[in-house]
Structure formats: C-alpha cells, structure tokens
Design a protein around this ligand. Structure first.
Ligand code: GDP
Length: 199
C-alpha cells in the first residue's frame, strides 16, 4: 500500500503556500459529514491522518498529505462543503483561490468525490464532478457508509448512480461502493488513486 506512510504536509490558503506545480496530486471532495476523513484514513490505513483537516480554521485551506518517499505526490483534502461562516471578503479570496487551483493546477490528476450512499449526487457533488470533467480530469465517486445499507439496497444505489454518471460523462467518471467502517471497496479505491498518481 503506497499510502501507509502518508503524512500531513501543509495547509494552504493561497498559492504561495503550495508545493511546486510539477508533481501528481489527487483531490478529495465531499459534503461535510459524508465520510471523507474516514475514507482517507481507510485508504492510508491510519486512524487519525485526516483529523488535521477538521481543525477549526481549516475550512478554507487545502490540506496536503505527502506520500514519502515520493516528494512530488500528494493527496489533497478539499474542505467539506456546508459550513464556513466567514467574512465576505475572505470568502471571495478563498473562492478565487480554490477555483484557480482546481481549474488550472497542472499536478491535479483526478478527483475523488465522497458521498454518503444514502444521499448521493447532491448539488455540490454534481458541481465538483462537472468541474473536473470540464477541465478533462477523471473523477471517481465513493458511495461510502455502504455498511449502513443491505447489500441489495447498496447495489441498487450503485447501479442508479453509475447509470446516471456514465450517461452524462461516459468513462471519465467511475463509481463504487465503499465503507471506511467495514473497509468494503478500500482496495478498489486505492488502485484508482495509485493509478492517477502513477504509483
Ligand atoms: P467528513 O466530514 O466527510 O470527513 O466525515 P467523517 O469521516 O468525519 O465521518 C462523519 C461521520 O460518519 C462520523 O461519525 C463517522 O464515524 C461516520 N462514518 C464515516 N464513514 C463511515 C462508514 O463507512 N460507515 C459508517 N457506518 N459510518 C461512517
């Protein structure tokens, strides 16, 4: 598992704080509480890796995790959507930074969208997938907390979401069931991310 040595590197709220744009990065997005931190922890087989992303003040930062021994490969945790009460001007700065980063970061190779399997494809999820596809990046959706549904029900959601996404985006967007709790689908997700990072 190339992610076991993952470690917190930095949190950036402007472009000067970013590593040089020459490597390989995969972004993780999801609504607050979707299960993104748990998914990152499961991928990296660590209990508290993504806890750092939850610190107050990190709601407007890109959190970079390094993957030693590689110096140019990163997992990037995007702030969860759905809170962030902040002054208007700050918010504008943050939005501009995030848009710029997501829209033109060369190192960005793919987007993982984490969705609660009981509430898939909300507006924010669709928007993120649309942004990725629009700039030619592949996206991979994790339908997480699959342990909360029976196998049959989870399979039905998977089929419906897959049908919708492949109808709209073809092979550019893939989807799987996942659970940070039971570890369902962790290997599959890891393979996708490792491929994008050319690990
Ligand atoms: P984040 O806000 O997207 O980072 O979400 P967290 O990873 O912190 O998870 C939010 C809540 O959902 C926590 O109470 C987790 O324990 C729970 N959770 C996350 N993933 C799973 C899962 O796969 N199965 C179950 N049953 N609960 C989960």
């Amino acid at each position: 598992n190339p992610f076991v040595r993952a470690q917190y590197l930095l949190a950036a709220h402007n472009h000067r704080q970013l590593p040089p744009d020459g490597g390989f990065e995969v972004a993780f997005a999801g609504r607050s509480n979707a299960g993104k931190s748990s998914a990152l922890n499961a991928l990296c087989q660590q209990n508290a890796l993504a806890r750092v992303s939850k610190t107050p003040g990190r709601t407007q930062q890109l959190v970079y995790f390094a993957l030693p021994p590689y110096e140019d490969r990163f997992l990037v945790d995007l702030p969860g959507y759905g809170f962030a009460k902040v002054p208007k001007d700050l918010q504008a700065h943050w939005q501009a930074f995030l848009d710029g980063w997501f829209g033109s970061r060369d190192a960005l190779k793919g987007l993982v969208v984490v969705m609660d399997i009981r509430h898939p494809l909300k507006d924010y999820d669709r928007q993120m997938i649309g942004y990725a596809v629009n700039r030619g990046l592949p996206a991979h959706a994790l339908l997480t907390k699959a342990d909360k549904l029976g196998r049959g029900a989870a399979g039905n959601v998977l089929q419906a979401v897959r049908k919708e996404l492949s109808g709209a985006y073809g092979d550019t967007v893939s989807v799987q069931t996942f659970s940070g709790e039971s570890k369902l689908g962790v290997d599959e997700a890891r393979e996708v991310v490792a491929r994008w990072l050319e690990l």
